[in-house]
Design a protein around this ligand. Structure first.
Ligand SMILES: [Fe+2]
Ligand SMILES: [Fe+2]
Length: 376
């Protein structure tokens, strides 16, 4: 296989990964980054595996017209070559960066890279295992995009002397099994929330360029458009089988995934106060804004949205965050008191989650055609 000059120009995920590997001619102090990426906690990005045969059996005929348009757009590849440094990439003063900011920002980059790569691994595997041309075409296109995204973040990390070892992660990171319908809910949401996160930061920095402390944020608009189309693809996949979004039991699952994805994001983001300060972003405002956008978008396919203005919403997110800090502190402390505190923290987090989950959801009448264009 001939690797292209840079992952940004790769036509497949495999080419992109080979191009990234070829960049590492010098040894990197990448153990730390890879170690962080290897972590499997409730809050860190995971790798998924699923029943690929069941997914391969999806018949997209009920959404054929919209499907072909979407695949056509993705094949046209408007972002080919985008995910590469160019003259807009300002020099980054890593050594001069405030140490706390540097630590949080690197943590942000590593976890973003892991999340991007997690998508790549799942999509690439679906492409490899499948025989259904509609499905394999889609998944190969999405894997291509995610490999470019992960590669680009690694370009940024490399300047700080670290990188996430993607090949090592593929082989060594634990995989979590999710049945296909859970993959649809979770992946749909993570693509759409990814869009909402990137575009909210991008728009904020357009207004406040003085807070753009790293050039990677300039790339976020085109980036989020890729995530948007990936989300569109999952919306169409869910549309092929009305039961997935209409049955009583599945509505409960959808609510579960919405609650889990939103609260995880809230807790994670509040763990990076210095990073958000540097961006000039109020973390609480940012969280609610991203939830609002994601909820609005998810009306295209989900029959319910969470009531994020409910009086129980914010206090329980904050409780969950405090509980997760208690868990981390207990774990770090160890011993009997540490363990007791950790277990108590987990119980508090579970209680807060139940309080969030039982907030009555808002009903939504889903339109016949789910297709949307990025509007923020
Ligand atoms: Fe991505
Ligand atoms: Fe994506």
């Amino acid at each position: 296989m001939n690797a292209p000059v840079h992952s940004a120009f790769a036509n497949t995920a495999e080419e992109a990964l080979a191009a990234q590997d070829a960049l590492d001619t010098q040894p990197m102090t990448s153990e730390m980054a890879t170690e962080v990426a290897m972590q499997n906690t409730l809050l860190t990005p995971r790798f998924y595996t699923t029943d690929f045969d069941e997914m391969d059996a999806i018949d997209v005929s009920p959404v054929r017209d919209e499907w072909d348009v979407l695949i056509g757009q993705m094949k046209a590849d408007p972002n080919k070559g985008h995910f590469k440094k160019n003259e807009d990439w300002d020099t980054v003063d890593w050594d001069g960066m405030e140490p706390k900011l540097k630590a949080e920002f690197i943590d942000f980059l590593i976890s973003s890279c892991t999340a991007e790569f997690s998508g790549c691994v799942l999509y690439k595997e679906m492409k490899r295992r499948g025989a259904n041309e509609d499905i394999t075409t889609l998944f190969q296109l999405m894997a291509r995009d995610e490999a470019r995204h992960a590669g680009f973040i690694n370009d940024a990390l490399r300047e700080a002397g670290i990188r996430v070892n993607l090949g090592f992660l593929t082989q060594q990171k634990k995989y979590t099994y999710f049945r296909p319908k859970f993959i649809y809910y979770a992946t749909y949401l993570s693509e759409k929330i990814g869009y909402a996160r990137y575009i909210t930061i991008f728009r904020h920095l357009e207004e406040h360029p003085e807070h753009r402390f790293h050039p990677i944020f300039k790339w976020f608009r085109e980036w989020c458009n890729d995530e948007f189309s990936h989300g569109e693809a999952f919306a169409l996949l869910m549309k092929t089988d009305p039961k997935l979004t209409e049955s009583f039991g599945n509505k409960l699952w959808i609510k579960f995934f919405l609650t889990a994805v939103y609260s995880t994001m809230w807790v994670r983001d509040h763990q990076r106060p210095v990073f958000h300060d540097a961006l000039g972003v109020d973390t609480t405002w940012y969280g609610q804004e991203v939830f609002r956008k994601t909820s609005e978008i998810s009306k295209q396919v989900f029959p319910l949205t969470l009531d994020i203005d409910h009086p129980r919403w914010r206090p329980n997110l904050d409780r969950m965050e405090a509980a997760s800090r208690q868990v981390a502190a207990g774990k770090a402390k160890g011993g009997i008191t540490g363990t007791a505190s950790r277990v108590a923290g987990m119980a508090k987090a579970a209680y807060a989650f139940v309080s969030l989950y039982t907030i009555p959801a808002k009903k939504n009448a889903v339109p016949d055609s789910p297709r949307l264009e990025p509007a923020y």
